[in-house]
Design a protein. Structure first.
Length: 361
């Protein structure tokens, strides 16, 4: 086997796989990268046990072979190679890596011990890869990081006729994104948030459409150059739509970046336990206020208001910032009362909606 490919192409693929391959595992073989030289190029596979990833990178290949090499070690070696091209070869059980003036040998092991990866599934839907990645990325922040919250540690994907919806919640906030698509299926499943992070990174680099499939307890994504399989979580979200208020007493439009910047400045003085900031609304104005042990901070902003006059609401600043994060232009804030959930939407992208529960004061 002889393989020749650009260092940058090889290093970028290895970096993505290194994020999945564990440093330690109950099954030590999972710390390895599976390398296969094929007529299509160089095929690289890694698995965490919950997420499988296969990347095929273009390369000049002479001969076919399959070996396992330590995943993180080969990544470090390739990143530090001096040349712009990398040449791979096999001498017995050793993988030879040459680049510029540098040459090294890495011990390899038999690929038969590597567990079969869950890539086989019939296509359920065909989706634009980057749009799916965007739908996942815009809600990921609201997923819980607490083990005891079980199902809320994932992102729910819903396929409906005419649209795809992604949903995340930690019980204190909710984010959903509706993406209009020509779908004809009705499915619902939950992907672990940690797997979502890696899926988004791959989809950001993927052009065109992908096939989405379901095989038992796995979500399968496949497009030219990659295949992924993510273990799904058991169960589904409770009826989250019940927390979205049907009516609102006050509606405000404001530049999202201006409000996010204001929150960053003011929250420095907020109480360290609940990060409380108050939003004080009047006719055409907003005061962002925080007060803690070290002082008080206030910033005044111009807003467009519709509905009721004045209103005062208290929030955890971190939650409010998270909900505003995906909004690129103007944000629409809708309030039904100081003790009721508040809704944040993107004026320029009506698919995004976030719900934040005010603090009880």
């Amino acid at each position: 086997m002889q393989v020749r490919l650009p260092k940058r192409t090889f290093a970028e693929a290895l970096a993505m796989l290194e994020r999945i391959i564990p440093n330690r595992a109950s099954n030590p073989v999972l710390t390895n990268l599976r390398i296969e030289a094929t007529g299509e190029g160089l095929r690289l596979q890694g698995s965490s046990g919950e997420l499988d990833l296969e990347l095929t990178v273009p390369a000049e290949v002479d001969g076919e072979a399959v070996r396992l090499v330590p995943g993180h070690l080969i990544g470090q070696v390739v990143r530090n190679l001096p040349g712009e091209l990398v040449e791979l070869g096999l001498e017995g059980e050793q993988l030879i890596i040459d680049s510029g003036s540098f040459s090294t040998q890495l011990a390899t092991t038999n690929p038969d011990e590597f567990p079969p990866l869950a890539f086989d599934a019939a296509s359920v839907a065909r989706l634009p890869a980057r749009e799916l990645g965007r739908a996942l990325a815009r809600v990921r922040y609201a997923a819980s990081g607490e083990d005891y919250r079980a199902i809320f540690r994932g992102v729910q994907l819903e396929l409906h006729p005419g649209r795809l919806r992604s949903v995340a919640s930690d019980g204190f906030r909710l984010a959903l994104y509706d993406l209009p698509l020509a779908l004809e299926v009705e499915r619902k499943f939950v992907v672990p948030a940690r797997s979502v992070d890696e899926i988004v990174r791959v989809l950001e680099r993927t052009e065109g459409d992908l096939n989405l499939g379901l095989a038992g307890a796995h979500l399968i994504l496949a497009a030219e150059g990659f295949r992924m399989a993510a273990s799904l979580m058991e169960g589904e979200f409770p009826d989250y739509e019940r927390v979205i208020p049907p009516e609102f007493a006050l509606e405000v439009e404001i530049d999202a970046a201006a409000l996010k910047d204001s929150l960053k400045r003011v929250k420095v003085l907020a109480d360290r336990n609940n990060h409380r900031v108050d939003l004080v609304f009047g006719e055409g104005r907003l005061e962002v206020v925080a007060e803690g042990d070290y002082g008080r901070g206030v910033e005044r902003l111009d807003v467009e208001t519709r509905g009721g006059g004045s209103m005062v609401l208290a929030y955890n600043a971190e939650y409010l910032e998270g909900a505003l994060g995906p909004v690129g232009g103007k944000a629409r804030l809708r309030f039904s009362g100081a003790a009721s959930p508040s809704v944040i939407q993107d004026v320029g992208d009506e698919g995004y909606l976030a719900v934040v529960v005010p603090l009880r004061v």
